[in-house]
Design a protein around this ligand. Structure first.
Ligand code: PXG
Length: 455
């Protein structure tokens, strides 16, 4: 495992010139960045030739796995034919239009239109404006306030970071912006106390009702949530949560926005997360798995309820990006969706690898250091505990998660940690032996934690 001179030089160049997202650059530059050089299937390789099982599918996005020639070839063909044209002044391109149709074909009968963006963050800004425009067009211009959740993640733009419930993001840049409010998250392990999961799910959903009362129904435009909170720790809500949320949104006449950036495109064993939970949102931002990360593309699914008003009452919606529906990204996304359809990956997650992963993931609950192991489809959250019986947490949760993540990395497995929760989100193509490898390494990391950490 020799460093090639060229690539070790790259680390120095990186330290001199590149500011990384969500990174302490002083610390990273001192340590030196890891350079990822190639990938195949569920494995990535770094500059030393070291191989890692990517238990995180890049950043929750490489749903079809690495190395898919079909996607590369579709992008190459489109680049030669027509590398760019826009959708602004009465034009479109073939892959863009066909992609909108393809997405709509999986989104349910009430959801027939797509507005394209380049990322999940732009999708957030898009629906945020669209929701306000919708109510204004209906003569309800006071309905501007939006309710989101603590520890939710909706992106890093100003609207995204505002809607997200991450305190550390709000502290940087005087956020949230006016008009954004947060309610609690359905995190039973941390906050459930003596309530059953189902009781707690109802309690947390009813915080939405209370917040609407507080703000006045006539002032509230929308509520947004991820079907399963991703970056916040893969918090799987109690079964009672989503039906009650949907009931409240309907009863109080506010738009329901399901952030599908992580849960969309098969991750939960359904095309979209809202289908898994049996609810019908009015708007749904998408990104990541839409192209499996091969090229940047996102969008917003727009229900007929909202589209009818946009089309018939609004006139121009003054919003769009140079690269909205970029033809090369759209061609890559179409090839990606063709793989998901052709290899029946959604069904595979629902009926085959998902249940296998669930059995293996749940088996970690027997470990002394594990408070709960939650998963749906191929997304998992593992709660580390200092004391199983009392659900006591470690005093420094970030250090605990980081220790497990670092052990895994050292032993060839990429995992993500949020505080004292370990998060998994592998490619939908992962095989059973690869799931076993992942669980085996994680188990060894938990053993290591048990043997080395005072409680
Ligand atoms: N919504 C959700 C639910 C997300 O997870 C976004 C919106 C924003 O998407 P873009 O494409 O603008 O990044 C996301 C993105 C992490 C991590 O560390 C998670 C995301 C992005 C980067 C890091 O878990 N999610």
């Amino acid at each position: 495992m020799n460093d090639t001179p060229h690539l070790s030089n790259l680390a120095a160049i990186d330290a001199a010139h590149h500011i990384h997202p969500f990174s302490d650059m002083k610390e990273l530059n001192a340590k030196g960045t890891r350079i990822i050089t190639r990938a195949e299937g569920v494995y990535i390789y770094d500059q030393t030739g070291k191989k890692y099982l990517d238990g995180f599918a890049g950043l929750w996005c490489v749903n079809v796995g690495y190395g898919r020639r079909e996607i590369a070839e579709a992008a190459f063909r489109q680049m030669q034919e027509l590398p760019y044209y826009n959708a602004f002044f009465g034009t479109t391109t073939e892959p863009t239009t066909l992609l909108a149709q393809k997405i709509a074909s999986h989104a349910g009968p009430h959801m027939n239109r797509v507005f394209f963006t380049n990322s999940g963050s732009e999708a957030t800004d898009t629906w945020f404006r669209m929701a306000r425009v919708y109510w204004k067009a209906l003569g309800k211009g006071t309905k501007t306030q939006v309710i989101a959740r603590k520890n939710g993640y909706h992106g890093s733009t100003v609207a995204g970071a505002s809607l997200g419930g991450m305190k550390s993001m709000h502290e940087q840049g005087s956020l949230p912006i006016e008009g954004v409010h947060h309610i609690g998250q359905p995190y039973w392990y941390a906050d459930g106390g003596d309530l059953s999961r189902d009781e707690f799910g109802l309690k947390m959903a009813r915080e939405l009702n209370d917040k609407i009362d507080e703000l006045g129904e006539e002032n509230v435009a929308a509520f947004v949530a991820e079907p399963i909170q991703g970056a916040g720790g893969v918090i799987v809500p109690p079964d009672t949560y989503w039906p009650e949320i949907a009931r409240i949104c309907k009863a109080r006449n506010i738009l329901l926005v399901s952030d599908e950036v992580i849960c969309g495109f098969g991750r939960l064993g359904s095309w979209f997360g809202y289908q898994h939970f049996g609810v019908e949102p009015d708007l749904a931002p998408i990104a990541k798995g839409l192209s499996s990360g091969y090229l940047p593309i996102g969008g917003v699914l727009v229900s007929d309820r909202v589209a009818d008003v946009l089309l018939n009452e609004v006139g121009d919606f003054n919003h769009g990006f140079t690269y909205s529906g970029h033809p090369v990204a759209a061609a890559a996304a179409l090839a990606n969706l063709a793989i998901i359809e052709g290899e029946k990956l959604v069904e595979r997650v629902r009926d085959d690898i998902g249940p296998y992963f669930a059995a293996r993931w749940k088996s970690l609950e027997d470990h002394e250091m594990v408070g709960e192991a939650q998963c749906v489809g191929l997304i998992g959250g593992l709660q580390i505990t200092a004391d199983k019986a009392t659900r006591r947490r470690f005093e420094k949760p970030d250090a605990i998660g980081a220790a497990v993540r670092n052990y895994c990395l050292e032993h060839g497995l990429v995992m993500r940690a949020t505080g004292d929760r370990m998060l998994a989100s592998p490619a939908l193509t992962i095989s059973r032996p690869e799931v076993d490898e992942m669980i085996g390494t994680l188990e060894a990391a938990l053993d290591h934690l048990r043997d080395t950490t005072p409680r």
